[in-house]
Ligand binder design. Structure first.
Ligand code: PYL
Ligand code: MG
Length: 265
């Protein structure tokens, strides 16, 4: 999985502000109500401890601070431990954290000590970016509302497929890894291999790959909504402008909020 860099996180305040506004416009819901409705949970002042972890590639500059910033704009009671790793864990427990947030290079988790619920960033990210597309109100006359193009069927894309299947979508998938695509389309009749040559248009596109510009122009229409946690960006600025794409793309905050709401009571 691609590791975030300080550069990816440097505009997280603007990114969160812009994406929250777009999500509220698309879903016609207040963002908090949107999160609550997905998991049927409510935030009740749980104390959240963020623990910097030095393993593997080590601490990512502003990673913990970006998480703290996100939780604070949602008025959550959060803190970053002064210590890292095991000492940081000890410090968080001594400071009565109800929820622990920490990430090494493979796993970014949220754990609720009270109800023992745990969430994984890849699952929570696949969930939130899919739900945004599912709950987007679009113009009536679109025949293919319950169709989605999913580009990238890695760990995040795989979770997205499950969410769309649960919502009875027809899913077109594309990935460089042909074997992976074959395995997945054999799972379910509602999952089809995307073929750009058919020049099919999509109003809903989900992308989660570590490559840039992965969305083919031929799939775009003027109303297309692109929902992507993928870094670098899945669609160029000029295509975004040319088709007036509604782009939901933010590096860490939305996935973090999804993790938190998934483990509340
Ligand atoms: C959770 C992000 C989303 C995309 N890639 C994932 C990533 O970069 N994971 C690595 C996170 C390492 C954090 C570091 C720290 O600062 O505590 N151990
Ligand atoms: Mg990408």
């Amino acid at each position: 999985m691609a590791l975030l860099t300080k550069v990816d996180l440097e505009k997280i305040d603007k990114d969160l502000e812009n994406n929250i506004k777009k999500i509220e416009e698309l879903t016609k819901m207040n963002i908090i109500s949107f999160f609550e409705s997905i998991y049927n949970t409510k935030y009740k002042k749980e104390k959240i401890g963020i623990i910097p972890i030095t393993s593997g590639n080590g601490i990512i500059d502003t990673f913990s601070e970006s998480i703290l910033y996100t939780l604070q704009i949602f008025n959550m009671d959060a803190f970053i431990t002064n210590q890292t790793d095991v000492s940081g864990y000890y410090e968080a427990i001594k400071k009565n954290a109800d929820i622990i947030l920490m990430a090494d290079d493979l796993t970014y988790l949220a754990f609720n000590l009270n109800n023992k619920k745990i969430s994984h960033n890849q699952q929570a990210t696949g969930r939130i970016y899919s739900e945004i597309l599912i709950h987007s109100k679009i113009k009536k006359d679109h025949e293919n509302e319950k169709e989605v193009l999913i580009i990238g069927v890695g760990n995040v894309g795989k979770h997205a497929i499950q969410i769309f299947l649960k919502n009875d979508y027809t899913i077109y998938i594309f990935d460089k890894n042909e074997n992976e695509v074959k395995k997945i389309i054999n799972q379910n009749i509602k999952i089809k291999k995307y073929n750009p040559k058919l020049e099919k248009k999509f109003i809903k596109i989900f992308e989660a790959t570590p490559e840039r510009d992965t969305i083919p122009e031929i799939a775009l229409t003027s109303d297309t909504i692109v929902s992507t946690p993928g870094i670098p960006r899945a669609i160029s600025k000029n295509l975004e402008n040319k088709y007036n794409i509604k782009l939901i793309m933010e590096p860490l905050g939305l996935g973090t909020m999804s993790m938190i709401y998934s483990i509340l009571k």
